[in-house]
Design a protein around this ligand. Structure first.
Ligand code: PCD
Length: 793
């Protein structure tokens, strides 16, 4: 079948949610090159900032001589850590309650760390002047290997922290260790495996940057910046810089991809603010590609020992894991305070098991601050990878079919809401039909037959399966906050007299299409066509407070807020309509953007009629104020738990060990689907991310702590050439607590695809007796595995 032609909104105004052909409102701007990104911003008198970075991973800063740089004719300002220290600005809090150096004072702790900055008349002069700064370093031994970071002779990286005598970052535990040990002791089968989720980088197309503009006359600071969380950043700047919060305006213009990379506050943003405060001019800072790759938020970097216990006939009983987490030199991730390991607790996956336990040790190393949730709701990606690899290891030992083994252990539909052994309450799920659909689209049985025939001929074909449950939509504020800020979202809706509306969000889109989907949600509830609803976001002066976009939380939290604020406006509209139609509220029915008198189809008023009346002359019903607007702050009751079943087919060239992804089937369930076309795009993007991580991406370091992946020649990203034509499908299991039943989707494919890809490669290598191989499965890694030499990275 061919899809019907895509149109704009007109033909289906009254069924906006789920409209399969609705085009994105923002795209005319993007495809005409009219997007407005940080680097497009030009302000009169604007100066340019460049950052001097450390060439060493670990070194004492002996002296910084800025004399020559200051003499450069185009240089206006040179700032060192010592100068910031005088103003109490050398250190800033991170969103994980650690502190991070804005500019190094005592030591540098990773290669690429910020040491000084120059503000000059143009960006070239600023960069040139960096070379005139003379820094004397005294190199120290670096801590590069996470496995030896805690050994007694390891140099202490964070000697800035009082009383710190080792490189411990934090310890964390979940589940019931004793109960888990007991189950393991009586299990028929126990399988253990060492699994590494390598350090990867979100690598958004646009690097990070900011323009700071401080107006000394009225004491106002405007900061345009690449941020996924404008309101949270504003509060942090108020605290760090000591500026009053109502005098700070944070604006996030169009953003060229975030993927978690634009959640943290980077020293560069703070430097731009300081630069503007000191020069009295607007100051622009934009990273180059290498700066982005080597100094901003990395992701993953978990060294995991997984253990799974089961009965001989494949009933999974328990999961146990030890994790060593590399957080780099500063704990620079953003995670709800109570959850230092994010939502890793969902590592029990989609299975109904008896016991689980996890012990985690996080350490500091001389690497860039890491641990950001790259397309990942706070470590859900690592959790899903662990369990889905372990289930395949178990299938390997039991010689069981991976689909059948998963099916046998699924949480059953009647068990929802389901409380996991680690305390998470899955809101809803119906796993078997999703798996069923995936196997049907893939033609699973035929694929297995094809594989068997190929194995006879010595050809290497692999079929990989993964099934995931994610936890997205942080979060209930009783449990979740970022640095004391509760994770709830405000939303405001105003309907103008002519029936056009403006909805104001606290979340910030980075390409996922909020200008369209939030208009659809509001349209669905209030009957105003989506094209008549303007979505305002990304400007703290224009929008209510909220915690921002990451962890696929916009739909679960702000999406709920948008639906509820629209219902609030509709309730008020109903009161006004009852006055207009001279009937009681109970006699009114709502449908398709109008109120009708029950039993009298000729008597009705549209929402647009009501809007005019709300602002017009004449009386409103007793006690009803004029105007048609509302605002709310939505605190979610629970997270939402989307799920999905993925099946991947790979072929491996036995001569070169190169992996080709031949097919990939992704069936996702994100509850009620708002915009199917956008969902498809989100899934395609995430699957491509997955191919990158599984087959080619890794941030690596040499023994001196030099980052070896500082360019896109060294850090490989997948392109259209490396990916197949994605085959997608969906099931719909609404969230019971979300007002329209929607769950998040933005990260599902990134979370769910790496295990399917790795499982497929390992499956292809079965003739070589391979049970596990670590990502990225580059030809050399696969070759090693074929020689029986799979080595951890
Ligand atoms: N949707 C629909 N339906 C449903 C769901 C959803 O329709 N059910 C849609 C919405 O509306 C939007 C999207 O879809 O538009 C998405 O959503 P969500 O899931 O809610 O999410 P958000 O929050 O919005 O977003 C976020 C995400 C993330 S998180 C990430 S990474 C990524 C994703 O998103 N990023 C990005 N995707 C994307 N895309 C683009 N284009 N770009 C970007 O950057 Mo993190 O944590 O940050 O790491």
């Amino acid at each position: 079948t061919t899809a019907p032609a895509r149109t704009a909104f007109e033909d289906n105004d009254h069924k906006p949610v789920g409209h399969g052909r609705m085009l994105r409102k923002e795209d005319p701007r993007f495809i005409r090159g009219k997007g407005r990104y940080i680097d497009d911003l030009q302000l009169p008198g604007m100066l340019h900032l460049a950052v001097l970075r450390s060439p060493f991973a670990h070194a004492k800063v002996v002296s910084v001589d800025t004399g020559l740089a200051e003499e450069h004719p185009k240089v206006r300002l040179v700032v060192t850590g010592a100068m910031l220290a005088e103003k109490g600005l050398a250190w800033m809090p991170t969103l994980s309650n650690d502190v991070q150096a804005v500019l190094a004072t005592d030591k540098v702790r990773f290669q690429g760390q910020e040491v000084a900055f120059v503000v000059a008349e143009d960006r070239y002069a600023a960069r040139d002047a960096l070379e005139l700064i003379d820094v004397e370093y005294e190199p120290l031994d670096p801590v590069v290997d996470v496995r030896t970071a805690l050994s007694a002779d390891a140099p202490v990286i964070r000697d800035d922290l009082e009383g710190k005598t080792d490189n411990h970052c934090f310890d964390w535990e979940t589940g019931d260790a004793a109960a888990t040990d007991a189950v393991f002791a009586r299990a028929d089968v126990v399988v253990s495996e060492d699994i590494v989720y390598p350090r990867v980088h979100p690598a958004p197309m646009e690097t990070c940057g900011a323009v700071a503009d401080y107006d000394a006359v009225d004491g106002r600071l405007t900061l345009w910046s690449t941020t996924q969380a404008p309101h949270a950043h504003r509060t942090l700047y108020a605290i760090v810089a000591g500026l009053p919060e109502h005098k700070i305006r944070v604006v996030a213009p169009d953003i060229g991809g975030g993927f978690g990379n634009k959640v943290p506050i980077y020293p560069g943003y703070v430097c731009a603010i300081v630069g503007s405060l000191l020069t009295g001019k607007p100051v622009k800072w934009v990273e180059d590609r290498s700066e982005n790759l080597t100094s901003t938020g990395f992701a993953r970097d978990y060294v995991m020992r997984g253990e799974i216990a089961a009965t001989a006939d494949g009933r999974i009983l328990a999961l146990r894991t030890h994790v060593l987490a590399d957080h780099g030199a500063f704990n620079g991730t953003a995670a709800p305070l109570k959850y230092p390991a994010g939502f890793f607790g969902v590592f029990t996956g989609s299975y109904d098991i008896e016991a689980a336990s996890c012990k985690m040790t996080a350490v500091y190393t001389n690497k860039a601050p890491g641990g950001v949730a790259y397309a990942c709701s706070f470590r859900v990606t690592e959790a899903v990878y662990l369990v889905e690899r372990m289930v395949d290891c178990l299938a390997y030992e039991l010689k069981a079919d991976p689909v059948a083994l998963r099916r046998k252990n699924f949480i059953r539909p009647d068990q929802f809401p389901y409380r996991t052994r680690t305390g998470w309450v899955y809101d809803s799920g119906n796993y078997a039909p999703t798996m069923e659909l995936a196997t049907r689209i893939a033609g699973y049985d035929e694929l297995r037959a094809e594989q068997a025939a190929k194995r006879e001929r010595g050809e290497l074909m692999g079929i990989g399966v993964s099934f995931f449950t994610e936890a997205v939509g942080a979060g209930p504020r009783k449990d979740m906050d970022i640095l004391g800020l509760g994770m709830a979202d405000g939303c405001e809706l105003r309907v103008h007299p002519t029936g056009k509306a403006v909805v104001r969000l606290s979340v910030q889109t980075q390409g996922q299409g909020h200008e369209t989907t939030f208009a659809q949600i509001v349209a669905e509830e209030i009957g105003i066509p989506p094209q008549d609803i303007e979505v305002v976001h990304g400007d703290t002066d224009q929008t209510p407070f909220g915690l921002g976009t990451y962890g696929s939380r916009s739909t679960p939290v702000s999406g709920a807020a948008a639906a509820l604020v629209a219902r609030k406006v509709r309730d008020k509209a109903k009161l006004i309509a009852s006055g207009m139609l001279e009937v009681s509220v109970a006699d009114l029915e709502w449908s398709k953007g109008a109120f009708h008198v029950k039993g009298d189809p000729s008597a009705s008023v549209t929402i647009q009629d009501v809007a005019m009346r709300a602002h017009g002359a004449g009386d409103l019903p007793e006690g009803v104020e004029g105007g048609l607007e509302a605002q709310i702050c939505y605190n979610p009751e629970n997270l939402t738990y989307p799920h999905g079943a993925y099946i991947c087919v790979v072929d491996i060239d036995p001569g070169t060990a190169k992996v080709t992804v031949r097919r990939f089937v992704a069936v996702d369930d994100c509850g009620t689907r708002i915009n199917p076309m956008i969902i498809e795009g989100q899934v395609h993007g995430g699957l491509t991310d997955g191919v990158g991580m599984a087959l080619m991406e890794m941030v690596s370091f040499d023994e001196d702590g030099n980052c070896l992946s500082g360019s896109l020649m060294d850090y490989l990203l997948p392109t259209a050439l490396e990916v197949p034509d994605w085959e997608t499908g969906f099931t719909v299991t609404p969230s019971p607590h979300h007002p329209i039943g929607a769950k998040g989707i933005g990260e599902s494919a990134t979370v769910g695809s790496p295990p399917a890809l790795v499982n497929a490669v390992v499956d292809a290598l079965r003739p070589f007796g391979v049970r596990h191989a670590d990502m990225p499965l580059t030809p050399s890694r696969v070759w090693e595995a074929m020689q029986g030499r799979a080595t951890p990275p």
